[in-house]
Design a protein around this ligand. Structure first.
Ligand SMILES: NC(=O)C1=CN([C@@H]2O[C@H](COP(=O)(O)OP(=O)(O)OC[C@H]3O[C@@H](n4cnc5c(N)ncnc54)[C@H](O)[C@@H]3O)[C@@H](O)[C@H]2O)C=CC1
Ligand SMILES: O=C([O-])C1=[NH+]CCC1
Length: 314
């Protein structure tokens, strides 16, 4: 019989989700997605014109796991200096047999951590093993989660960060626990970098191919609308381009659509061994974010939550 849904708060999700559990589950899910074992349409978006944003609906069903889930995410192009959040997300887990809601949980931590974890998987597969310098463009929530996971699983000698405002760069520097070099320009941040993460709210290119070291790996995380850009045409055309979802990139990514670049493979194809990882070349991983990533993250949270509850009741 269907019970009442449980509500899991942002603090609880943060306490229950660990990169060590998340990364292998996401890697497995990306492989399944590319083997067409997941029902997950491209995100539906409803424009919120008055507020310069979108509501994204991200349903997913993995029949073999009995996993039915949807995320609701609002994302905005905020004015410079706005203190309002640029994304707000909620994840809903359902029982596929009864159709009832099992859990409603905060989606902020899930969105921050699963996106960074997927970028880390792209770097694990596509970055040169001897990579020494990481550059992060942007200093918001995604910049923080990317800093955390990249410094946790790789050994960079230097991490550089660029922000379009000095205040945001200072805030970022004081919020992270490890060393970081602030840079005055994008060019200064990315010249000579082996890995570059773009996590800005830019709608025009901010990262130019002429500055990128040949053989570098770029995880391009922002610019999730067909007319938004973070990377220029030179970089998109020179690099081997991978995406989380080929269909998603063709529908939502301004960097892919407006540059006319080909998507060589999905990350899942590399995981499945059906497409090669061109580590020796300049690579771009175009991340749009997928419902399947939220679904497996939410299942992890819910399973952990039930585990702790049953221990408490003993
Ligand atoms: N691929 C995916 O799965 C996901 C992508 N995103 C995208 O990642 C990006 C970052 O998200 P959050 O960190 O949550 O946002 P945030 O608002 O916390 O941080 C955005 C950063 O971009 C900077 N920025 C804003 N306007 C800029 C401009 N015109 N030029 C350069 N920098 C600018 C801000 O100073 C800040 O450092 C957004 O584009 C968001 O839509 C977010 C969630 C998931
Ligand atoms: O996957 C996601 O949650 C998002 N992608 C772009 C904005 C939010």
């Amino acid at each position: 019989m269907a019970g009442s849904p449980v509500i899991i708060s942002e603090q609880e999700v943060a306490g229950l989700l660990q990169y060590g559990d998340l990364i292998p589950r996401l890697q497995e899910a990306l492989g399944k997605f590319s083997r067409r074992e997941v029902d997950q349409p491209v995100r539906t978006t409803v424009p919120l014109q008055k507020h310069n944003g979108f509501l994204g609906l991200m349903p997913t069903y993995i029949e073999t796991e009995g996993l039915l889930c949807t995320k609701l995410v609002c994302f905005y192009q905020r004015e410079a200096g706005s203190t309002l959040p640029s994304t707000q997300a909620t994840v809903v887990l359902l029982d596929p047999e009864y159709g009832n809601v099992k859990a409603v949980m905060d989606g902020e931590v899930i969105t921050a951590m699963r996106t960074a974890a997927v970028s880390a998987i792209s770097a694990k597969l596509l970055m040169r093993p001897q990579a020494e310098v990481l550059a992060i463009l942007g200093t918001g929530k995604q910049a923080q989660s990317h800093y955390n996971v990249f410094t946790q699983i790789f050994s960079f000698k230097e991490v550089r960060v660029w922000s379009h405002t000095k205040e945001r760069a200072e805030q970022f520097m004081s919020s992270v626990t490890g060393p970081v070099t602030p840079c005055v320009s994008v060019e200064a941040a990315v010249r000579g970098a082996d890995a570059i993460v773009t996590v800005t709210r830019c709608t025009e290119p901010v990262l130019f191919g002429e500055w990128v070291k040949p053989g570098a790996h770029v995880a391009a995380v922002g610019a999730c609308r067909p007319n938004w850009r973070e990377l220029d045409d030179v970089l998109m055309k020179e690099a081997v381009v991978y995406a989380d979802s080929r269909e998603g990139a063709a529908t939502e990514s301004g960097d892919v659509i407006l540059s006319g670049a080909d998507v060589f493979a999905e990350l899942g194809d590399v995981i499945n061994g059906t497409k090669p990882a061109h580590r020796e070349k300049t690579t771009v991983f175009k991340s749009l974010g997928m419902g399947v990533q939220d679904a497996v993250s939410a299942k992890l949270v819910f399973d952990q939550w039930k585990h702790f509850l049953s221990r408490k009741l003993k």
